[in-house]
Design a protein around this ligand. Structure first.
Ligand code: BGC
Length: 387
């Protein structure tokens, strides 16, 4: 398929309408719904999706929206302070908390655990929200003490539990320790330490735990020179583009970063569309625009802006005529026999998916900081975008 190369005005228009869409769907509580309509996601907000959405809104100068999401995260974490104390207390003993007692990956928009069964034990989002707060404070200033108690509790939780296997970004394989999960945790612990809102003991805890996580990633989490899907796996996963890109845990231009980008291009990318992983069968295993954008940010940080722009153009091409962006598209499916089963189970692919819109914004801003002025931000609102 031949793609039209979007003009700068086209990119700006989709970025603006994406930010407006996200703002219009943000709940009064501050939560970002993953998708307002998709049957399995409706009514829930994920720490993972939401943290990246908040980072995109923050990068687009929509500071208040991001802060309202952080307020929501902080309220959720603080509401679980007793659970966290129990988890931390039991960690390292002969009877650690069972997976079912660990914090959930998603909550209802009003911050409750929700009644639907889910693959809930996922650690990555607790790192990612800390990272997003620090990115936001770096751009816009302000005092992270507003979220201080929740940041401290999240550090305790992650430092006590990061070695545990859990479900990954794709809510699969709870038996493994996933390298992109470790990357999110390392980014979050480093970010928490950088915010300077922790007491001295926790500050030291966050720093030493981040060191330990990174050491493990760089030893057991590397295969054939690239980051691997889980500890001991030879495979790559699309989520690893975030670890070497926007999260900047492994620099994109380093040997491991470059090898990870190459492996994702080689094994998971067709045209500019990126698959999650090779065995993916969810809705037939299509291509995810949000992953094209994560990969684009990684390329941009490694210095290849041309490839990053191609990936942005590919993500642009997935937008419907009304400007909504899907979770995935079926132009190249890894297992076409699995489409019907998922459609019967959950209905058509999620559309819109707010995380797709967010990553489009985030890569657009990464490539063109001046675009920020068209995104509704006051002039000079962000140091990063106007530098
Ligand atoms: C994806 C998750 C995502 C969730 C909500 C799932 O299908 O695997 O990564 O958090 O949808 O968007």
């Amino acid at each position: 398929m031949t793609l039209r190369t979007p003009e700068r005005a086209d990119i700006a228009a989709l970025a603006v309408s994406s930010a407006d869409l996200i703002a219009s769907l943000q709940d009064d509580s501050g939560a970002y719904p993953a998708s307002p309509t998709f049957s399995a996601y409706r009514g829930y907000s994920w720490f993972r999706d939401g943290a990246f959405i908040a980072d995109a809104m923050s990068s687009a100068g929509r500071a208040e929206s991001a802060e309202r999401f952080f307020d929501w995260c902080a309220d959720v974490v603080v509401a679980h302070d007793d659970d966290i104390a129990a988890i931390v207390g039991a960690a390292g003993t002969s009877s650690p908390a069972p997976d079912s007692a660990m914090l959930a990956t998603r909550f209802t928009l009003d911050g409750r655990v929700g009644d639907d069964d889910w693959w809930d034990f996922q650690l990555d989002g607790y790192g990612t929200w800390l990272w997003a707060v620090a990115e936001h404070v770096r751009r816009h200033g302000g005092d992270a003490a507003r979220w201080g108690r929740a940041i401290a509790l999240t550090v305790d939780y992650l430092a006590s539990s990061w070695r545990r296997p859990c479900f990954d970004w794709w809510e699969e394989h709870a038996e493994h320790v996933h390298v992109s999960t470790l990357g999110c945790i390392a980014a979050g612990l480093r970010a928490a330490a950088a915010l300077r809102v922790l007491d001295a003991d926790r500050q030291a805890l966050a720093e030493s735990a981040a060191d330990d996580v990174e050491r493990l990633m760089r030893s057991t989490g590397v295969a054939n020179g690239h980051l691997s899907k889980w500890l001991g796996s030879p495979a790559v996963d699309g989520s690893l583009a975030a670890v070497v890109g926007v999260l900047d845990v492994v620099p994109a231009a380093s040997d491991i970063g470059a090898a990870t980008i190459s492996a994702i291009e080689r094994d998971l990318t067709v045209d500019g569309g990126v698959h999650r992983f090779l065995d993916d069968t969810f809705f037939g295993g299509g291509q995810w625009p949000l992953l094209s954008c994560f990969l684009g940010i990684a390329h941009a940080r490694a210095g290849d802006r041309d490839r990053a722009a191609e990936l942005l153009a590919w993500a642009f091409s997935t937008a419907e005529t009304d400007g909504t962006m899907p979770e995935q598209v079926g132009r190249h499916l890894l297992d076409p026999t699995m489409v019907d089963e998922w459609v019967e189970r959950w209905g058509p692919v999620a559309l819109p998916l707010l995380w797709s819109h967010a990553m489009f914004i985030r890569l657009a801003v990464e490539l063109d900081g001046e675009l920020i002025h068209q995104l509704g931000a006051p002039q000079g609102a962000t140091r990063e975008a106007t530098a």
